[in-house]
Design a protein around this ligand. Structure first.
Ligand SMILES: [Zn+2]
Length: 155
């Protein structure tokens, strides 16, 4: 399990003792709304860690699904530059279509669907190239599931 959010309630119970209790908060607030609030909180500019590939003590990889999701949302808010110390912001625009392709491919996820909606609601357009990336990721996933992993991705 790489994303432990779904186990939050179990973990909180497990970590609590007779003298120490943890509470989970914000369950009724959408991730995009939390991120928007967080984007105005300077301590987050050096500490935000969303990465599924790297542990907390290493920087975000800026390539995984959660980083892509977060970076696209911050970009749509016009606040990605604030997070240049925790994400590879310099090359973001070069990889935007690929990141949007990841989100489009994962749009069955409510998080991705919400991020894409927020992106478009702010007047951004999802390019044909991003849709091509999504189709490529879908084809690659289908090949992997059917056991055709040995084939190249170059077609
Ligand atoms: Zn990452």
């Amino acid at each position: 399990m790489r994303n432990i959010a779904s186990a939050d309630l179990l973990l909180i119970q497990s970590l609590s003792t007779e003298t120490l209790s943890f509470f989970s908060g914000g369950g009724g607030i959408l991730r995009g709304d939390k991120l928007e609030a967080l984007s105005d909180w300077p301590p987050a500019y050096d500490a935000l860690h969303t990465c599924l590939n790297n542990p907390l003590w290493e920087p975000n990889c800026s390539d995984c699904y959660k980083d892509a999701l977060t970076m696209v949302e911050l970009y749509a808010l016009g606040k990605l530059e604030r997070f240049s110390r925790v994400f590879a912001v310099d090359c973001f625009e070069k990889t935007l279509d690929q990141k949007l392709g990841v989100l489009l491919f994962s749009k069955h996820s409510l998080l991705c669907a919400d991020a894409l909606k927020r992106y478009e609601d702010r007047g951004f357009v999802i390019s044909g190239r991003a849709r091509a990336y999504a189709a490529y990721f879908a084809r690659r996933a289908a090949m992997k599931m059917s056991g055709e992993e040995g084939e190249t991705d170059e077609t």
